[in-house]
Design a protein. Structure first.
Length: 362
C-alpha cells in the first residue's frame, strides 16, 4: 500500500517479509492433526497446568520484574549461573533484544541459508542489514560463515540443531567459529531444539568460557508451552546486563513465570517426552526412507522430508491435507522440494506414514 504522507516507518521496516507461520486449519476437517510447528504432541507437564491455574487467581498483581524464581529453577536444573540468564517472551524476544542492543544502521547480522525466519526480522527491526551465508548440504558451513564476516558484522546466529533442516554441527565446529570471531562480534547459539540432541549442552560450556557467546533456549518445544511464550538467553554478564536495560519490566506474565518454573522442575515429564520422541523420530525417518523419500538424520523433534522436486512435495502436502494432516512446507526457507514434519504421538506418526504409503501406492 502507498505510504500516507509524512508518517513513515524507520528504514528497513517495510523490507521485512511477514513471518509465515504454520497453518492450523484444513477446510472440511474439524480436528486436523497438526504437525506443522514442532510442538510437543503430549502438551505441557500437568504440573505446569496446575501452576498456571494457581497463578491466574493472583493475576490482579503485577508479576516479578526480575524473574528470580524462574531463573533459579532453570539454573538449578541445567547447572547454569542464574545471574547470567535473561528471560523473554519466547526466545523470539531474546533474539529481538540482541539485535536491538547490538546491531543498528550500517551493521550486519549474519545467518545461514535456511536459517530461522526471526533472524532477518529482528535484524531489520533494529535497522541493521541481514546477511545470508550459504550452507553445505543443509548444514551450517562454518568456513562460509567465517568468510562472510566483515568489519560491519555484529551478530552471527546459528541454530543447532537447525530449523527447518534438523541437522547439527559438532561442538568442535562451533568452537572453531567462536575462535574466528572478530572483537566486535557476538555469536548466538540458538538452542530451541537442544534438548532433543543427545549429549549436547547447547553451548553452555562455550558460553561460560568466552565473553562473546550467547545461548538461547525455549519452553515452546520439549516443554510443550509454545502458547505460553517463554524463552531465555544465557550469556556473559555484560551481555545480560545490557539486554536487561531494554527488556520491559513485566515482559513475562505471572502465569508464564509459574508455568515455566513448574515445567522445568518436572524432569520426569521431559525425560518421557524425549524418550518417545527419539523412538518415533527414528521410526518416522525410517518409514519415509522406505517410501523413497529422502530425509537427513534428525537431532530435533521434526524431520525434513525431501522429495524429488517441488511438484512432488506439493502433491504430498495436498495428499496429507486430504487425510486431515497439516505439515509445514518450508518454501519461505528456500526448501520448496521439502516438507517439515513434526514428530507426533506414535499414532500420529503412523497416520502420516499410512497416508504417504497410500499416496505412493496410488
Ligand atoms: N529458534 C528456532 C530455531 C525456532 O525454530 C524457534 C521456534 N520456531 C524459535 C527460535 C523461537 O521460539 P520461541 O519464540 O517460541 O521460543
Amino acid at each position: 500500500a502507498p505510504l500516507p504522507g509524512p508518517i513513515r516507518p524507520q528504514p528497513g521496516i517495510l523490507d521485512i517479509a511477514l513471518y509465515q507461520g504454520g497453518a492450523s486449519k484444513i477446510e472440511g476437517h474439524a480436528a486436523p492433526l497438526k504437525l506443522s510447528s514442532n510442538e510437543n504432541p503430549f502438551g505441557p507437564s500437568p504440573a505446569a497446568v496446575t501452576a498456571m491455574a494457581e497463578a491466574a487467581a493472583g493475576a490482579h498483581r503485577y508479576p516479578s520484574t526480575d524473574h528470580a524464581g524462574l531463573r533459579a529453577a532453570i539454573a538449578e536444573i541445567y547447572g547454569l549461573d542464574a545471574d547470567n540468564i535473561i528471560c523473554g517472551v519466547g526466545s523470539d524476544e531474546v533474539i529481538h533484544f540482541l539485535c536491538q542492543a547490538y546491531a543498528g544502521p550500517g551493521d550486519e547480522v549474519l545467518y545461514t541459508e535456511h536459517g530461522f525466519g526471526m533472524y532477518p526480522i529482528a535484524a531489520r527491526a533494529a535497522g541493521a542489514t541481514p546477511v545470508v551465508v550459504a550452507e553445505a548440504e543443509r548444514r551450517v558451513d562454518v568456513d562460509a560463515l567465517i568468510a562472510g564476516i566483515t568489519p560491519a558484522t555484529r551478530l552471527i546466529f546459528i541454530a543447532n540443531p537447525a530449523n527447518p533442516c534438523a541437522t547439527m554441527i559438532d561442538s568442535g565446529e562451533i568452537t572453531r567459529l567462536a575462535d574466528a570471531l572478530p572483537d566486535q562480534c557476538l555469536l548466538i547459539l540458538d538452542g530451541a531444539y537442544v534438548e532433543f540432541a543427545e549429549g549436547y549442552d547447547g553451548g553452555k560450556s562455550l558460553v561460560e568460557a568466552r565473553d562473546n557467546v550467547v545461548m538461547t533456549r525455549t519452553f515452546s518445544k520439549v516443554y510443550g508451552l509454545g502458547g505460553l511464550r517463554v524463552g531465555y538467553g544465557y550469556g556473559p554478564r555484560h551481555v545480560i546486563d545490557t539486554l536487561n536495560r531494554i527488556r520491559g519490566p513485566f515482559n513475562l506474565s505471572a502465569m508464564a513465570l509459574a508455568g515455566a518454573e513448574a515445567a522445568v522442575r518436572d524432569v520426569d515429564w521431559v525425560a518421557e517426552c524425549l524418550r518417545v520422541n527419539a523412538e518415533e523420530r527414528a521410526r518416522l525417518a525410517g518409514g519415509l526412507r522406505q517410501l523413497g523419500i529422502a530425509c537427513d538424520d534428525s537431532q530435533a523433534n521434526f524431520v525434513l522430508a525431501r522429495f524429488k522436486d517441488e511438484a512432488a512435495a506439493d502433491a504430498a502436502d495436498a495428499h496429507l491435507k486430504s487425510d486431515g494432516i497439516i505439515v509445514r512446507a518450508p518454501k519461505s526457507y528456500g526448501l520448496p522440494d521439502c516438507l517439515r514434519i513434526t514428530v507426533g504421538r506414535p499414532e500420529d506418526n503412523s497416520r502420516v506414514l499410512a497416508s504417504l504409503t497410500a499416496m505412493v501406492a496410488a
